[in-house]
Design a protein around this ligand. Structure first.
Ligand code: DO4
Ligand code: MG
Length: 277
């Protein structure tokens, strides 16, 4: 983290933030009241003097919740070449392959509604595999938190769980492949910063089954075709978000076609300085 950034957490015990190794609690505040501020970073800097210090406590002593209140969750798709290729392959027998190449190269990005807050799992929580899906994968993505006025005020990690057989059958099934109970997770906390993460930032995914690693992959933000600002501009065009919103920025990691998630698999997504979801 740069000196001008800090981490904000939603916990069972309240809203906490971490600055330079110190943990502080913001009392009598709702998550939405905090994360809808355009001046979030300055606000937290100001609160450093007045918030309740929690000396000798570590964030791991608290029960983390998904860092979401009333925000909607949206997602961008086919923002990495790897995702374009995987989607073209999965949908080729349905005649949908061409759509993905076209959207990868088009000026208008693919943006889709991903989740309401109640469908979002938190850090250490359980995401779900659709009961009628045969081919499911996690999608590890940088997620940005956007204020009601359209300003990116922080970032976190998102998992855009996807049923590849359903979306591959017909692109019109995308909402069913993407939106179901616990189809999304966010966390562990929000890195609040005015500066975008550097393009060298790595996103990595590890999947363990019965304590054995069954998949590992990584990518970096430099492989993303779109810039976050353009995605946000499109999302906020003729669309208002009174409580702000999260935007997942697309996946650059897709396991091989032979891989599908199984119940009990453990999914770990790491993006530093955010941490691991
Ligand atoms: O178009 C299908 C979804 C794409 C997506 O979720 C991604 O590229 O991350
Ligand atoms: Mg995705």
């Amino acid at each position: 983290m740069t000196p001008d950034s800090m981490k904000l957490y939603s916990t069972e015990e309240g809203v906490l933030f971490e600055r330079g190794g110190s943990l502080l609690q913001i009392e009598n505040v709702s998550w939405d009241a905090i994360v809808t501020r355009d001046d979030l970073l300055e606000h937290l800097l100001r609160l450093t003097g007045t918030a309740r210090a929690l000396p000798n406590r570590n964030i791991t002593d608290f029960h983390l919740k998904a860092p979401i209140g009333n925000q909607e969750v949206w997602a961008a798709g086919v923002t990495y070449f790897r995702s374009r290729n995987a989607r073209m392959e999965e949908s080729k027998s349905a005649g949908g392959g061409d759509f993905y190449d076209r959207v990868y190269n088009a000026e208008r990005p693919e943006l889709f509604f991903k989740s309401t807050p109640h469908r979002v799992a938190g850090p250490g929580g359980k995401v779900a595999i659709r009961s009628d899906a045969k081919w499911s994968v996690p999608e590890p993505e940088l997620a940005v938190l956007i204020s009601p006025k359209g300003k990116v005020i922080g970032c976190t990690i998102g998992n855009d769980m996807s049923s590849r057989d359903i979306e591959g059958d017909n692109p019109l099934y995308l909402p069913q492949a993407k939106v179901y109970d616990r189809s999304c997770s966010l966390g562990p906390g929000i890195v609040v910063t005015e500066a975008p993460l550097p393009s060298s930032t790595e996103i990595s995914l590890q999947i363990h089954r019965s304590a054995r690693q069954v998949f590992a992959g990584s990518t970096s933000l430099s492989s993303m075709k779109r810039d976050v600002k353009t995605l946000v501009d499109y999302l906020y065009r003729d669309n208002c978000f009174p409580s702000g919103c999260f935007l997942l920025t697309g996946t650059g990691i897709v396991p091989p076609d032979s891989f599908t998630l199984q119940h009990g698999d453990e999914i770990r997504i790491t993006i530093q300085p955010i941490g691991t979801l």
